[in-house]
Ligand binder design. Structure first.
Ligand code: 5GP
Length: 188
């Protein structure tokens, strides 16, 4: 039986979930980030082992074969993302709760596995147009990748009702406060 609780933040790309997760990690004790593995390229400013474990597709496949993941997805074409069992064990063994930043499928998979020990939070952008503007301003993706992300956003928005909590991110300061309140209530 795991001791800590699991909180999964999910949202279409650009909805602001990474910002909200980072804020929660700064403000709350006994909460640690589950660092995922990914095969995508590192973005400027990202740190290996902190934001992600950046690994090759070959290593990712080996880890799948060795059953090291609690869940994994090909989130975008040829870009794999997965959560290591060892991350959850590392964090919960000290009684800490785990916070995840995951796509919708991954979040719902974790919920299926962990049930009431897990809270799924869907971060909702005010609209798809605003999401598009945010992604363009962020300027981290090529045009082709941007399109993939926007196409997937459409599908992900439709899954919002399958989450435990919806968190509207139209005002960042308010969304940050709400995220803290949601987590604090669940882990207490
Ligand atoms: P990004 O490339 O923008 O960092 O992440 C792309 C998507 O992959 C985001 O929705 C992010 O939450 C998701 N993601 C990150 N880590 C994992 C993971 O371990 N499992 C799954 N299923 N999705 C993940």
């Amino acid at each position: 039986m795991q001791k800590g609780k699991l909180i999964v933040f999910s949202a279409p790309s650009g909805a602001g979930k990474t910002t909200l997760v980072k804020h929660a990690l700064e403000k709350l004790d006994n909460l640690s980030f589950s660092v995922s593995c990914t095969t995508r390229n590192k973005r400027e400013g990202e740190i290996d082992g902190k934001d992600y474990y950046f690994i090759s597709p070959e290593e990712f496949k080996k880890r799948i074969d060795d059953e090291e993941f609690v869940e994994w997805e090909e989130v975008y074409h040829n870009n794999y993302y997965g959560t290591l069992k060892s991350e959850i064990e590392r964090i919960t063994k000290d009684g800490h709760s785990v916070i995840f930043d995951m796509d919708v499928e991954g979040a719902l998979n974790i919920k299926n596995i962990y049930g009431d020990q897990c809270l799924t939070v869907f971060v909702q952008p005010p609209s798809l147009e605003i999401l598009r503007d945010r992604l363009i301003t962020r300027n981290t993706e090529s045009e082709d990748k941007l399109k993939q992300r926007l196409d997937k956003a459409d599908i992900e928005m439709a899954a919002a009702s399958r989450f435990d909590v919806l968190l509207m991110n139209d005002d960042l300061a308010a969304a940050k406060d709400e995220a803290l309140a949601i987590i604090t209530k669940f882990v207490r």
